[in-house]
Design a protein around this ligand. Structure first.
Ligand SMILES: [Zn+2]
Length: 289
């Protein structure tokens, strides 16, 4: 496990976010502020994604002096990001991202899941600074997650703990790139929304926005029942802003089917995401945040 408070360096670093349809690069100072930032869109499934990343990184670096590059990338990947195989980037299978960046940029490189990096960043600089346990999610071209429990980022046996995108949220739902049906990624990601509606996620109608918010809330509710956290943070290109989900304390479950923990928490989450309290989940998917 990784301590959330471990990120400590006096020098700025180069930060890269590699997604299925865009790449972002930034110089980030030791206090977490952005010094310089650029973004490029990449053609979906492009075989030249790594070249696009290196070109963007060099443009952002300019004459800034940094010693290290940190990379957030979709998973799965081997522990430490030695090789990455993002489901939403078919041209990368066991791609040696870490060593390739070291060779191309001459910098020490560290790679982790994009949502796991988000979880560390929220704990170090963002909304989770005073929260010891939470789920952070990226809902974008794909859907990823990072879980912090008692101040430590969960790694799991392969280093990919938190892959929330492959929780089943719709019975007999859409086919996912992982081979299963009804995964959150197959129902609520950018590509899933486009496949379902024929339009990019940013042009989704109200019904699609509410459905997406509810499915994300359902996944958060399921995980919170198992892992006992009360806060979730959702970022990425699908929500219109980073969203904070606060769950009520779980009631003691009674021994009836209607009140098993998952159903109970899912009900709370639905109420939070689509009820009369106008919570941040619904506001974001409504485009009001
Ligand atoms: Zn899946």
């Amino acid at each position: 496990m990784t301590d959330v408070g471990d990120a400590d360096s006096a020098s700025p670093c180069l930060a890269l976010d590699s997604g299925g349809t865009k790449v972002e690069a930034a110089i980030v100072s030791a206090d977490g502020s952005l010094v310089r930032h650029k973004r490029v869109n990449v053609a979906e499934h492009t075989p030249d994604l790594f070249d696009a990343i290196v070109t963007l990184a060099r443009r952002v670096l300019g004459d800034h002096e940094v010693n290290v590059v940190g990379v957030g990338c979709a998973g799965p990947m081997t522990r430490g990001g030695g090789t990455v195989s993002p489901l939403n980037i078919p041209s990368w299978r066991e791609f040696p991202l870490r060593q390739s960046l070291r060779d191309a940029l001459g910098l020490d490189a560290f790679v982790d899941g994009d949502a796991r990096a988000l979880a560390l960043a929220e704990g170090q600089y963002g909304a989770a600074r005073d929260v010891t346990s939470n789920l952070s999610m990226v809902v974008s071209t794909g859907v990823g997650g990072g879980i912090v429990l008692n101040g430590q980022l969960l790694d799991g046996e392969s280093g990919n703990a938190g892959h929330v995108g492959h929780l089943t949220v719709v019975a007999n739902g859409a086919l996912c790139s992982c081979g299963a049906y009804g995964c959150l990624e197959a129902e609520a990601s950018g590509w899933a929304i486009e496949a379902r509606t024929g339009r990019p996620a940013r042009e989704a109608d109200q019904a699609t926005r509410l459905r997406t918010g509810e499915l994300v809330g359902r996944a958060v509710g399921m995980l919170s029942s198992v892992l006992d956290f009360r806060h979730g943070y959702v970022a990425g290109s699908v929500p219109s802003a980073t969203v904070t989900i606060s769950l009520p304390r779980q009631r003691r479950p009674r021994a009836t089917r209607q009140s098993c923990p998952t159903r109970t928490t899912s009900r709370y989450c639905r109420r939070n995401s689509a009820g009369t309290d106008r919570s941040s989940v619904r506001r974001s998917w409504d485009g009001e945040v």
